[in-house]
Write a protein that binds this ligand. Structure first.
Ligand code: NAG
Ligand code: NAG
Ligand code: NAG
Ligand code: ZN
Length: 516
């Protein structure tokens, strides 16, 4: 699950912040899985059914995998001083090899492929913004920011930019050699940084239109980007007032940062059996943020997929099942976006639906179902939503709808006409009193206090929620692997294209980062 309000990299953190490099072709092994209908032993297996597949799910098996994953996250300790599975780290490479080797052992049942893709990775080593000789406490570097000139402090006057700084004409000539102060809103942070750079600014500061701090990402790096900070509305207000009154405010900006392109991989496993023209697809993300080991986010979803994939091998399927472990989710849905971007149209229509499983075991959980609706999402999304609802109801459990707003890997799918949905148990949001009545737990506390933090360890998992949701994942797989009867057909007609467009307009996020 991506961030709602990002805070990037404290001084010592080698935070990796990335965006997808454009126009790059996969370097290796990028083929879609080559589906084969196997005439062998699979016919001896019973056809999958929900109850039997659910019955194979146990807390013990999940917990064992979680402990293994934490050990793998510790492989990054040399480089990061703490466990993490961020892309490019030993912990992430270890995660990929764990997933890959587990599936390779099931190679009579699955066709396995890895899809390598380039990810722009940014690291901020140190930063500082001084205004009027005082440290701006709420200043945070934007993701993928370039360094200041020669990675040294640069001095200048703050120059208030007109409007929202979305047009070149908003930047007065006095910006040249100085530090642009730009209000958040209307256009992406990356556009503001670009305009500031073109106008000759030595750094840019985007201040919030709300009281709180503002963080996000510049997105795809551009040559004209300058070192860019976010600043809280509260902290910016007195300086904005002074500049409007015609006073001069001096500032000094320092950013020691680096942006580079690294290669990372998605892993895809598809059943050899089952109709290859009608695939049920599901995914979780293999990576974590740099701040912690990510055992709930998204170790839980990734391991749920691995366990369900393992248990499925004792059954036969009518429809093909395709599992995906995405990389670079935390940097902005890089892996899933890449996958859908390079998917030819004739392959796109074979994916009947995509189910996203990101954070299934939050300690102060709610049973959340993405509120996917056919009016604004590809037709079939609502049927999927209702499958989850029916399961919770049947088990005497409560559920709550959450916005389907682009915060996880379903985003690329629904933007490309593929029905999608999923379940989650909550990230940094605060549990309400009403939700405590529905789910137990504590009100006024985040669903996951260890969201994107060092304490997202094995102890952060609620095993009750995890086992239950893994059974629901098994139910979703078994149901659609067995039959897609009555589930809306895929067509690339006007209706589904329009639906995708309507969604895109309403979406607030693209994965981890606010970009606007
Ligand atoms: C499949 O079923 C067999 C026989 O019941 C069992 O021994 C085996 O552990 C099962 N496989 C998996 C992956 O659970
Ligand atoms: C579901 O919510 C109701 C309140 O609407 C509550 O009384 C009940 O205990 C909840 N069920 C569970 C299983 O928590
Ligand atoms: C998980 O949640 C259940 C239900 O709220 C609670 O009874 C249990 O103590 C929790 N377990 C852990 C390990 O936090
Ligand atoms: Zn996640």
């Amino acid at each position: 699950m991506g961030l709602k309000h990002i805070t990037i990299a404290s001084l010592a953190t080698l935070g990796a912040v990335s965006a997808l490099g454009t126009n790059q072709k996969p370097l290796v092994d990028n083929a879609q899985p080559q589906p084969q209908i196997s005439g062998d032993s699979s016919s001896a297996r019973p056809l999958v059914n929900s109850e039997d597949l659910q019955a194979t799910i146990s807390t013990e098996a999940l917990l064992k995998r979680a402990k293994r994953l934490f050990k793998i996250a510790r492989l990054s300790e040399d480089e990061y001083n703490h466990p993490t599975r961020v892309i490019g780290s030993e912990g992430h490479r270890g995660t990929l090899s764990y997933i890959h080797s587990t599936l390779a052992a099931l190679s009579d049942y699955y066709t396995l492929s890895t899809q390598e893709f380039p990810a722009v990775s940014g690291a901020v080593f140190e930063y500082r913004l001084l205004i009027d000789l005082a440290l701006a406490e709420s200043a945070h570097p934007m993701g993928l920011t370039p360094p200041t000139h020669h990675k040294q402090p640069v001095d200048g006057s703050l120059v208030l930019v007109s409007n929202d700084g979305c047009r070149a004409s908003d930047y007065p000539s006095t910006v040249k050699g100085n530090i642009a102060l730009i209000q958040r809103g209307t256009c992406p942070f990356g556009t503001k940084s670009e305009h500031a750079g073109k106008a000759g600014a030595v750094a840019a500061v985007v201040f919030n239109y709300e009281d709180g701090p503002v963080g996000g990402t510049l997105g795809t790096p551009l040559d004209d980007h300058v070192a860019t900070f976010g600043l809280s509305g509260t902290e910016a207000a007195p300086f904005v007032a002074r500049l409007k009154a015609g006073e001069t405010v001096e500032a000094s900006a320092y950013m020691d940062a680096e942006v580079k392109t690294i290669q990372t991989s998605n892993i895809i496993a598809q059943t050899r059996a089952g109709d290859p023209d009608n695939c049920v697809m599901l995914g979780g993300h293999s990576d974590s943020v740099s701040e912690g080991p990510g055992i709930n986010d998204d170790g839980s979803g990734s391991l749920t997929l691995l366990e369900v994939a393992t248990q499925l091998t004792n059954f036969s399927v009518h429809n093909c099942v395709r599992f995906a472990w995405w990389a670079g989710e935390e940097e902005g849905l890089l892996g899933s976006d890449y996958y859908v971007d390079v998917l030819p149209a004739e392959e796109n229509v074979k994916i009947r639906l995509f189910m996203d499983y990101d954070m299934l075991a939050s300690p102060n959980f709610a049973y959340q179902v993405y509120d996917a609706r056919n009016e604004v999402n590809p037709v079939g999304s609502q049927e999927l939503r209702d499958l989850y609802v029916a399961w919770y109801v049947e088990h005497g459990l409560n559920y709550t709808f959450i916005p389907f707003d682009g915060r996880s890997d379903y985003d690329g799918f629904i933007k490309n006409g593929i029905p999608g949905g999923g379940i989650a148990t909550g990230a940094e949001g605060i549990k309400t009193k009403e939700e405590v009545v529905l789910f137990g737990g504590e009100d006024g506390v985040p669903y996951d206090v260890c969201y994107h933090a060092i304490c997202d360890t094995v102890n952060n998992l609620n095993l009750t929620a995890w086992e239950l949701n893994t059974k629901l994942v098994a139910h979703s797989v078994a149901t659609f692997a067995r039959s897609l009867e009555g589930f809306p057909e895929r067509t690339l007609d006007d209706a589904s294209i329009k639906a995708a467009g309507a969604y895109a307009k309403g979406a607030k996020y693209h994965g981890s980062k606010l970009f606007i």
